[in-house]
Design a protein around this ligand. Structure first.
Ligand SMILES: Cc1cc2nc3c(=O)[nH]c(=O)nc-3n(C[C@H](O)[C@H](O)[C@H](O)COP(=O)(O)OP(=O)(O)OC[C@H]3O[C@@H](n4cnc5c(N)ncnc54)[C@H](O)[C@@H]3O)c2cc1C
Length: 306
């Protein structure tokens, strides 16, 4: 039985629970292939005893966690009968999204596996224990510390696959999460552009989106200072306007402290920037690491569907 194990990571290291996932798979006679999102922990995964193969899945989407984008990228390289992940917040989200994409059942938070496949898990907040038999294909998440970890000493082959997920997936998630928080009674939205827009004419992309969602268009000081076409009354920041909208979308804005001073109290902040290290991501609730040229057309399409 071929089993895909989604590696759990902590920072850019492999989390010890991954060896427990492998141990559980081997205990029911499975052959584990470990997928390492963003290539994180691939070498460590290869050294776990019993691992048949490690696939290091790299791509633009792995800069920040986005369940939909990660699942789409991992799903494209997943084979086998069973998907196994840790029952952590990220593992649950990725496994559930992959299961939905494949139209297969998922069992969350298993505490025991037996050949067959028999799955035991707590139900009713742990007041009862359920054991059921599942048919493959299926996805199962496993509770940490409930399974014996596989040992070290393995030497599995590591291959690398570049699997950039569609930026539209990240954009869809951003919109869904923003909508969750937006209160119609205070539907104030601002979409601001910075020097990263490259040319004042490109603010037309922001205007189009603003028209769809009823937003105002703002700008950074660098944008208003650089281009006379962008009026100073659009400037947000320490020497511009202080705003507190429900949703603030920063596009091509680095996130200098003087800009943050004017918008960091926004209820919900979405940042689109091609630089994953841009400071704006430090205050963003949702960050999309992409050029605006990629992200804004996808955002417009998705908003048009609402
Ligand atoms: C006293 C003082 C007061 C100030 N007051 C303000 C203020 O009120 N408001 C304000 O905004 N600033 C203010 N500033 C200026 C501030 O320090 C920054 O210089 C300014 O905010 C930078 O603007 P920016 O992020 O648009 O430009 P940049 O710093 O040039 O950043 C551009 C960003 O765009 C990204 N980018 C480039 N191309 C693309 C692409 N194709 N797609 C996506 N991303 C891309 C880059 O990665 C970069 O992060 C003040 C400064 C001082 C000293």
């Amino acid at each position: 039985m071929d089993v895909t194990v989604i590696a759990e990571t902590s920072g850019d290291r492999l989390h010890p629970v991954t060896a427990q996932l492998v141990g559980a798979v081997v205990s029911i006679g499975g052959t584990p292939t470990v997928l390492c999102a963003g290539g994180m922990g691939a070498a460590e995964a290869a050294s776990i005893s019993g691992v048949a193969k490690v696939i290091s899945v790299v791509g633009d989407c792995f800069g920040t966690f986005d369940g939909g984008a990660w699942a789409e990228a991992l799903n494209a390289v997943t084979g086998g009968d069973v998907i196994i992940a840790a029952a952590s917040s990220t593992g649950r989200e990725i496994a559930a999204t992959m299961a939905a994409m494949r139209g297969i059942p998922i069992i969350q938070d298993a505490t025991n596996l037996a050949p067959g496949i028999s799955v035991t898990r707590p139900i009713y907040s742990g007041k009862a224990i359920e054991t059921s038999t599942v048919t493959t294909p299926c996805a199962i998440t496993l509770r940490a510390n409930a399974f014996d970890a596989a040992g070290g000493g393995g030497s599995a082959e590591v291959s690398t696959v570049n699997q950039s997920a569609d930026v539209a997936v990240a954009v869809r998630e951003a919109i869904a999460k923003a909508s969750e928080r937006l209160d119609v009674a205070e539907a104030n939205i601002i979409i601001s552009g910075g020097r990263g827009m490259g040319d004042p004419a490109n603010f037309s992309y922001l205007n189009e989106i603003a028209d769809i969602i009823g937003a105002a268009v703002g700008a950074s000081r660098a944008a208003v200072d650089t281009w006379e076409e962008i009026p100073h009354d659009m400037q947000v920041g320490q020497t511009g306007k202080t705003v507190t909208p429900s949703l603030y979308i920063a596009v091509g804005i680095s996130g200098a402290i003087q800009h943050l001073a004017g918008m960091r109290t926004s209820k919900y902040i979405v940042a689109i920037n091609k630089d994953p290290d841009a400071p704006i991501f430090g205050v963003a609730d949702y960050g999309i690491v992409a050029t605006w040229e990629d992200a804004l057309p996808a955002l417009k399409v998705e908003l048009g569907k609402l």
